[in-house]
Design a protein around this ligand. Structure first.
Ligand SMILES: NC(=O)c1ccc[n+]([C@@H]2O[C@H](COP(=O)([O-])OP(=O)(O)OC[C@H]3O[C@@H](n4cnc5c(N)ncnc54)[C@H](OP(=O)(O)O)[C@@H]3O)[C@@H](O)[C@H]2O)c1
Length: 286
């Protein structure tokens, strides 16, 4: 039995699908089974990683687990998993752990990695760069007036499709290679300006990027993230103007197929950008 925590998240939902398609017995952990909307064939159990007393049922008979990095809350889960006979943990981490200055986000993930490494079970760390899924946060801005407002629009990162992260995590669960770390990027370094343009071209929507001061973006992000995380992300964006994120071949090496491009990701999420309405891609005349 494979337990997937974070099963309702961007990565976890795709991972559940990959594992079911591979014929595995899958159990999904969620804090709210009533609304989780997971596919038929997955066993759904209620549990909260910050409340160890809720985890015993989820861990029964689990030999491998995908672990979502709820910061500071993994020790009890790991102790329970070891006691239940779990042998291998695949941790969702972050490429920020590899940075010379990992910043607040990297430090949190390093602590999660250390907890897993200390658990006595074997492990694989999956370290993605920024998710393409973060750009779903632009959908409401584009629907409002076709304009995404942000800072450091020319800085180029190599965002990764959540389906590819899930595919690598599935590989790490199906063919465990203890002690392996996978650093993942998408197939292209793209600035925010590039990505907004690709959304517009792919979906046939008006879409432009407008540069706004860092402080305005910072105030907006503080509604969603703690200050050190916001500052770290903005610093990363600023730095990517001079040094674009390098593109890594890991996804193709592991899965045997190319990583999804940004345009493919946009097509997959057309309904999210269109507010639930499917529209066709723009047809360019010669
Ligand atoms: N976004 C990026 O650019 C980026 C880059 C590198 C690494 N990462 C890592 O990836 C994570 C985001 O992954 P994602 O986008 O797949 O997730 P997501 O869509 O943000 O979903 C969060 C998931 O975590 C689960 N969860 C949250 N708190 C929980 C708790 N206390 N107990 C049990 N489950 C809990 C939620 O489950 P329920 O609500 O169903 O309980 C949900 O499945 C980040 O937190 C970060 O660690 C992100």
């Amino acid at each position: 039995m494979i337990l997937v925590t974070g099963a309702t998240g961007n990565v976890g939902r795709n991972l559940v699908r990959e594992l079911l398609d591979a014929g595995e017995k899958v159990r999904a952990l969620t804090r709210d089974p009533a609304t989780c909307n997971l596919p038929d064939g997955v066993e759904t159990v209620a549990g909260d990683l910050t409340r160890p007393e809720t985890l015993a049922t989820a861990l029964q008979g689990v030999d491998r687990a995908f672990l979502f990095p709820v910061h500071g809350a993994l020790d009890a889960f790991l102790a329970g998993a070891k006691e239940a006979g779990t042998q291998h943990i695949v941790l969702l981490s972050s490429d920020s752990v590899t940075f010379p200055e990992p910043g607040w986000i990297g430090e949190q993930h390093l602590a999660c990695e250390q907890a897993v490494a200390d658990s006595g079970m074997s492990w694989t760390f999956v370290r993605p760069t920024v998710f393409m899924a973060n750009d779903l946060g632009w959908a409401h801005q584009l629907r409002n007036d076709g304009t995404v407002r942000g800072a450091y629009g020319g800085g180029a990162m190599a965002p990764v499709d959540e389906r590819d992260i899930a595919a690598v995590a599935a590989h790490a669960l199906l063919a465990p290679d203890p002690g392996k770390t996978y650093e993942l990027t998408g197939p292209q370094a793209l600035s925010q300006i590039d990505r907004v343009r690709i959304i517009g071209e792919t979906l046939g929507l008006p879409a432009r990027f407008e540069e706004v001061p860092r402080e305005a973006v910072r105030q907006r992000l503080l509604n969603h993230m703690p200050p050190p995380a916001v500052d770290f992300l903005l610093d990363q964006l600023a730095a990517s103007r001079a040094t674009p994120t390098p593109v890594l071949p890991t996804i193709e090496q592991v899965t045997g197929r190319p990583a999804h491009t940004y345009a493919e990701w946009v097509t997959h999420h057309a309904a999210d950008f269109n507010g639930g309405q499917q529209t066709g891609p723009r047809v360019h005349s010669a």
